[in-house]
Design a protein around this ligand. Sequence first.
Ligand code: KDG
Ligand code: MG
Length: 402
Amino acid sequence: MKIVDAKVIVCGPGRNFVTLKLTTEDGVHGLGDATLNGRELAVASYLTDHVAPLLVGRDARRIEDTWHYLYKGAYWRGGPVGMTAIGAVDTALWDILGKTLGVPVYQLLGGRSRDGVTVYAHAHGADIDETVESVAAAVARGYKAVRAQSGVPGLPDTYGVAHGGAAYEPAKRGKPPETVWSSERYLESVPRLFEKLRRELGPDLHLLHDVHHRLTPIEAARLGKALEPHHLFWMEDPVPAELQEGYRLIRQHTTTPVAVGEIFSSIHDCDVLIREQLIDYVRASVAHAGGITHLRKIAHLAELHHVRTGCHGASDLSPVCMAAALHFGLSVHNFGIQERMGHTPETEHVFPHAYTFSDGLMHPGEAPGLGVDIDEAAAAKHPYERAYLPVNRKLDGTLHDW
Ligand code: KDG
Ligand code: MG
């Protein structure tokens, strides 16, 4: 079953996406999400200029071998651009295999380990009261788990909070927007948010919060301690994880569970975190961590060390990634939770899909393969427009983590 075509489709239905479409000699096609928010064209070029010529003529069934052929064959291994490209190839090959055998991908991954995939929604507001309302609205839509982000008093913009009731969408056209940051003001307000959420919404709801890499380890330890009475499901990305050992300090001080990894590209970015049990959830995604094949290896290592999965699922990962994440999440034993930020109606239209949501759970559906497609004619109506993620500065102008 030879691959005869490898096409990269770049489109912008409300936001930019890069999709790899592989076609075999039998006319079966598979899709992979190759979107790297803010650096999309680097992956598109990597695939078109360097990977596509290697794929044509290869046997589409050799998924594991193709992964190593691209990873080891590049010599310059790892990194977000290369691993996103490999991830897209890998995902498309699983899609093709499922379609060829007439089964959904989760059946190829060992079958289902649960009835559905628990997902968490995003909620946000300009202040604590608005955020509590937004979380309650997500609960009314059926979610059993909600990530809450609130505006910080005295700061004009805060990570995760959109203005005017719009959905939160960080990437903006033109030069990167600049936001302002104060850890002191943030640390003062977040415990008050979760104190009110627990009081008003009760003990059963899973509450999550994303710190977005902005604290130092000792500040993160302080926040984790302050949040302990409100028993969060997790505190995400409390500090940047380039230094994995930095998490030891947080762990020594707090029992608030920690989730890390949406920017990880490979198992080597999290092996210390997992082996030393410094985190509770690993957030690496199918799109950015080398596809289904490599993410399964991360999950299996994590399983040995009581760490569960919590894959990134922001709106900049396309419905192709969401479908793959759901097959992965339904099958992998140590699944924790899956993020679901949602997509615009234009995106839903460009990527018709079989996955569904009901009562807090998502299911990938029973269509052969991933159960997601791309309507190329619809995609062509939404051309790519360059967009950047914001940068963030402290009150004194120092560049900080966004
Ligand atoms: O492209 C960056 C976004 O995906 C990221 O900021 C979203 O932190 C995020 C999350 O947890 O979904
Ligand atoms: Mg995050």
